[in-house]
Design a protein around this ligand. Structure first.
Ligand SMILES: N[C@@H](CCC(=O)N[C@@H](CS)C(=O)NCC(=O)O)C(=O)O
Length: 412
């Protein structure tokens, strides 16, 4: 989405460049009487009522529509510019054109517990699926009173920023980068969300979503939460990790691999893997209420959910995840609705901010910046429709074994 940083592709919001200036030819100086052919052409352009490009093509080729050579030249230039922009937006393997996510430069594992005197603060952005994980865990575990949050928005320059309506509640900073920079030792790198900050130490605790989510589970288990859920029960951690190992590459990152692919082959491979995984998940969730056998809702479900809720709104149309819409998968869609309807979850899903974030700021994918209408299946009314999954077993050990086995071959 995505604000982007040069050092690391932003899988995320990328900020739109300011709109290009309108094409305007400067009115040429008065043309001397015995002017050249070129001079006569310029004067005709200047005198024309048409837009300058049309006038220029008419002077050069005698008609308003450019000839095929010009179309070819523009096409080449346009594609080259797109490649250049995409390389900044999303680093890819030069040999294959496949999107490659760059690792964060902070320690990727959160500490087991907050240090003494810690004053935790969570920074998120609403379009971002990774930040959404942290926000959703915070809501499901009732950590709101213990963990204040500031919501950054994609700024005009693409960086996560704060506005009077959506301020940095801790320091009143203008940009998230300023908070990162306030740590001892400063900061050079991607100012990404989610970011868990310890105001006591003025330090980034962690900015890897899965690790923040686990940290919040530990915090809630120590009595800080009021949600009563255990999203990361010790006896199911291995199974959660196994599911995560499936959904992260093929689905969570899979949609980005489709959207940021820079070659047909890279896109084809990512799309095939994504839809094979969705087909497998549809089968699994038609017989099991949640991903993990007997565990109820877990972190694995949270991580799958934040991609599913964006699927028909942005990934299907913008990232070309187009073989099917999520609404065409009855079990996956009902499963997503069930999680959406958990207390506190719907409030973390801001569909307008998601659409704005992706279509408005991922400039190379949507240069015109036009926002499509929200699909009916993504309205709150549609998402609140009964999910009908109460009768499904939340324990399906045998099926889980089979499905995970099947997945291993899907993912390779
Ligand atoms: N590995 C990170 C990825 C986070 C991420 O890429 N966030 C994007 C927003 S969706 C971001 O903040 N990008 C800003 C940038 O790249 O400068 C996680 O899972 O937490």
């Amino acid at each position: 989405m995505s604000a982007v940083a040069a050092h690391r592709a932003s899988p995320a919001m990328w900020s739109p460049q300011p709109p290009p200036p309108r094409l305007q030819l400067r009115r040429p100086a008065p043309i001397p009487h015995h002017s050249s052919r070129r001079g006569r052409g310029l004067s005709r352009i200047a005198a024309s009522q048409e837009d300058p490009l049309t006038a220029l093509t008419r002077v050069l080729w005698g008609r308003a529509l450019p000839p095929s050579q010009l179309v070819l030249a523009v096409r080449h230039g346009w594609t080259s510019a797109w490649r250049l922009l995409m390389r900044q937006l999303a680093p890819s393997d030069p040999a294959t054109g496949a999107f490659t996510r760059t690792p964060s430069r902070f320690p990727s594992v959160a500490p087991p517990a907050p240090g003494p005197g810690a004053r935790l603060h969570l920074y998120v952005g609403l379009p971002c699926p990774w930040a959404h994980r942290a926000l959703l865990v915070r809501a499901l575990l009732g950590l709101g009173p213990r963990l204040p949050v500031s919501v950054a928005v994609p700024g005009d320059d693409g960086a996560w920023s704060f506005t009077p309506e959506s301020p940095d509640a801790l320091y009143g900073s203008r940009r998230l980068r300023d908070v990162y920079a306030a740590r001892r030792g400063g900061f050079e790198g991607r100012a990404s969300v989610p970011m868990l900050w310890d105001a006591g130490r003025r330090e980034v605790v962690c900015n890897e979503s899965i690790e923040i989510a686990k940290f919040l589970c530990t915090l809630a288990a120590s009595g800080a939460g009021a949600g009563g859920l255990d999203l990361w029960p010790p006896e199911h951690r291995q199974e959660i990790d196994r599911w995560y190992g499936v959904i992260y590459p093929s689905v969570n990152n899979g949609v980005y691999r489709c959207g940021f692919a820079q070659s047909q082959a890279a896109y084809d491979a990512a799309a095939a893997e994504l839809f094979a995984a969705l087909d497998m998940l549809e089968g699994h969730l038609s017989g099991s209420r949640y991903l993990c056998a007997g565990a109820g809702v877990t972190l694995a479900d949270v991580c799958l959910f934040t991609t599913l809720i964006r699927f028909d709104l942005v990934y299907n149309p913008l990232f070309r995840c187009s073989r099917r819409k999520l609404v065409e998968y009855p079990s996956l869609h009902a499963y997503m609705r069930e999680i959406y309807q958990l207390p506190g979850a719907a409030e973390t899903c801001d569909m307008a901010a998601i659409a704005d974030g992706y279509f408005g700021t991922l400039f190379p994918l949507n240069p015109g910046g036009i926002l499509p209408v929200v699909p009916a299946s993504c309205s709150r009314e549609a998402l609140m429709k009964p999910h009908g999954r109460e009768a499904l077993p939340s324990s399906a050990a045998a099926a889980d074994g089979r499905q995970l086995g099947a997945t291993a071959s899907v993912v390779g």
